[in-house]
Design a protein around this ligand. Structure first.
Ligand code: HDE
Length: 688
């Protein structure tokens, strides 16, 4: 069988149903000519039970909902493909999809937030799920990861406690999709193993600008197994081609109101416009014999292997190029499972991973209502299925034959055992020990890597982390919880603990604990950021009298490099350019806001500028964009006065002004937008 990236598409095509043709029917195919009036006795009489159309329509509607995922309820998905760069991984794994150059394996990826319900906002402070189903020719492989490389707990038995703590509190189901409440932080203060992950969660990683601009991690240490049966430990990483970029906290709060579907929409629109997001798959490889060479345990999911210690080997790329046709059928019904592995990939004894091996199948049974969920189109492998599993709710296959047992003679012994070497075989790890309930001593250090993370942050990243701790703990009502967290933070970094304590009104730690000075530059979003304007959204503020030539030049210069420029004005339709020509308006200012754009440009034209200066929405737009560190550009002398009115300095980092929209101007603006944000501004004093 070939698997050229379209195999899954061809399979799905058999299940797609067109909505724009045919006559209206019941589920039994009986044609219907009135779906607005129920069958009744006389025009004003009671409805009749015999109205099969009424009954069927209402019954189906009554049963439309299925339970949302207990975690990761809100998500967005897309199809695409993965292809390895070369065959170099064949030295460590026999997985064909990773080692066959040119082989495009179809994938479905679902991104998600963790704590919120299905209808919660996208831009909350949270971990993001990054789950990939590879439809390989050897069966499905699911890499069910997150956008942070570590986790809150070391042993899966703590997962229900952790999730109960972070979810809305049980008595009143408040707060929705937020970690800033007593029960989460109570758990944190009592479980110091959470500290490393809490550093990530309080960092800007928890508020990504886009799903397309975040990393993904398999988190656990997995195993590769080569053709000779040799095992190598492996950590999986996804790196986004567009770089790793985040929103700022104040912005996320406002986006949650203006566009709660912000991340979901961004992914959908990018794919719909042909801006296909791309990630590079990298692996960190550790030979089996080096298992104990680290000062942490490879089986402890609260630890990373610093990239400076074991470098990342790039092995392939993934492109997402197709939106699903139907959210429920595909994105909601997709069922990931960590235990879906293919020959060449195996699990380890990580106690968090081991519990997950149970949980994912179990949860699908209740969520999707029975054991046949693998037959749902999005979940079907492209590899053939043949076994003696039968019956169950929603059985879609019509199994032929008079027997369903193994061994058999009645079916000629079929399906035959795959004894030709193509079967999955578990790595024959030697295991010996007493049955005990105890955590290994090597899992005991909860602070060193939290400190490593902190030490690796730039000045602005540290500022954002302190602000996040202050916000979250500021929402905690119990003083003992605030104090407990500060006590833990003191083991991470003295300066951090003091800064947080001062913000939340608890006594700062008196003396500094001994902490190390090591850092890992790869952890910082400020290290070698990808500088690109591709898919960046640029607002152009205009009113009648705007210099149309400025609008055209900036749109051409930045649009030419993939940016999306939109003219915003007080009203929809068009404004009149200074030469009388119409300038088309993309959106009315009242329907959007600066938080939905990456940069703002004010073209010249005195009349336009003076109208904008009187428009509070326009002035606020500029001020707020500046506060959030975005590039601000303005042309002509009059525009400078508008910047002043918006309390934006007319020069400085990320502020571009000039008389003409010449190449110097557009180059400077391009550079400012490509830098993503300008955090060295004194933005705290900006009122917005
Ligand atoms: Fe999950 N997790 N998880 N998780 N997880 C689920 O499975 C669970 C963990 C992750 O888009 C559930 O189908 C346990 C780590 C993602 O459909 C459930 C433990 C990581 C998704 C479940 C963990 C993840 C889930 C809920 C601790 C990163 C969304 C619905 C032992 C490596 C997948 C579902 C999607 C979903 C259990 C910890 C990632 C209940 C018990 C660590 C991305 O089975």
């Amino acid at each position: 069988m070939t698997n050229d990236g379209t195999a899954k598409d061809q399979q799905l095509a058999n299940f797609r149903v067109k909505a724009d043709e045919g006559k209206l029917t019941t589920d039994q195919g009986i044609r219907v000519d009135d779906t607005d009036n129920s069958l009744r006795v006389g025009e004003r009489g009671p409805s009749l039970l015999q109205d099969f159309h009424l009954r069927e329509k209402i019954t189906h509607f009554d049963h439309e909902r299925i339970p949302e995922r207990v975690v990761h309820a809100r998500g967005a998905g897309a199809y695409g493909y993965f292809e390895p760069y070369d065959d170099s991984l064949s030295q460590v794994t026999k997985a064909r999809f990773l080692t066959t150059p040119g082989l495009r394996t179809p994938v479905f990826v679902r991104f998600s937030t963790v704590a919120g319900s299905r209808g919660s906002a996208d831009t909350v402070r949270d971990v993001r799920g990054f789950a990939t189903k590879f439809y390989t020719e050897e069966g499905n492989f699911d890499l069910v990861g997150n956008n942070m490389p570590v986790f809150f707990i070391q042993d899966g038995i703590k997962f229900p406690d952790f999730v109960h703590a972070v979810k809305p509190e049980p008595h009143n189901e408040i707060p929705q999709a937020a970690s800033a409440h007593d029960s989460l932080w109570d758990f944190v203060q009592l479980q110091p193993e959470t500290m490393h992950m809490m550093m990530w969660l309080m960092s800007d990683r928890a508020i990504p600008r886009s799903y397309r601009m975040m990393q993904g991690f398999g988190v656990h240490t997995f195993r590769f197994v080569d053709a000779g049966g040799r095992s190598t430990f492996v950590k999986f990483h996804w790196r986004p081609k567009l770089g790793i970029h985040s929103l700022v906290w104040d912005e996320t709060q406002k986006v949650a109101g203006q566009d709660p579907d912000y991340n979901r929409r961004d992914l959908w629109e990018a794919i719909a416009h042909g801006d296909f997001p791309e990630w590079e798959l990298g692996v960190q490889l550790v030979p089996e014999e080096d298992e104990h060479k680290f000062d942490f345990d490879l089986l402890d999911s609260t630890k990373i292997i610093p990239e400076e210690v074991v470098p990342l080997k790039p092995v392939g790329r993934m492109v997402l190029d197709r939106n699903p046709n139907n959210f429920f059928a595909e994105t909601e019904q997709v069922a990931f499972h960590l235990a879906n592995v293919v020959p060449g990939i195996d699990v380890t004894n990580d106690p968090l991973l081991q519990a997950r091996l149970f949980s994912y199948l179990d949860t699908q049974l209740i969520r999707l209502g029975g054991p046949n969920f693998h037959q749902i189109p999005v979940n079907r492998p492209v590899a053939p299925i043949a076994n003696h599993h039968r019956d169950g709710y929603h059985q879609m296959f019509i199994h032929q034959g008079e027997a369903a047992h193994h061994p058999n003679t009645m079916l000629g012994g079929c399906p035959a055992l795959a004894t030709d070497g193509s079967a999955y075989s578990f790595y024959p790890q030697q295991v010996d020990g007493k049955v005990i309930r105890k955590r290994a001593e090597s899992f005991n250090d909860h602070y060193s890597q939290a400190t490593l993370f902190w030490n690796s942050m730039s000045v602005w990243e540290k500022k954002h982390i302190i602000a996040a701790f202050r916000f979250e703990l500021g929402k905690v009502t119990r003083k003992n919880i605030r104090e407990g967290v500060v006590r833990n933070l003191a083991h991470v970094d003295h300066h951090l603990a003091v800064a947080v304590a001062e913000g939340i009104g608890v006594a700062p730690p008196q003396k500094a604990e001994e902490t190390h000075k090591n850092s890992s530059p790869a952890l910082s979003q400020a290290t070698d950021p990808v500088q690109s304007v591709a898919t960046r959204k640029i607002a152009i503020l205009a009113a009648d009298g705007v210099n149309a030539s400025d609008v055209i030049r900036v749109t051409e210069a930045l649009g030419g490099q993939g940016a999306l420029c939109e003219v915003l004005a007080a009203h929809d339709g068009a404004v009149q350019g200074s030469g009388g020509e119409p300038v088309e308006v993309a959106k009315a200012l009242t329907t959007t806001g600066s938080v939905l754009y990456d940069a703002v440009y004010v073209p010249g034209g005195e009349e336009s500028i003076s109208t904008l200066a009187e428009d509070g929405d326009a002035v606020h737009f500029i001020t707020e964009a500046y506060k959030h560190g975005k590039a601000v550009a303005a042309s002509g002398a009059a525009a400078l006065s508008l910047l002043e009115r918006a309390e934006v300095p007319t020069s400085g980092e990320g502020v571009v002004t000039g008389e003409a929209t010449d190449a110097r101007f557009t180059d400077a603006f391009t550079k400012a937008v490509a830098a993503h944000r300008h955090f060295d501004r004194d933005s705290e004093r900006v009122p917005a």
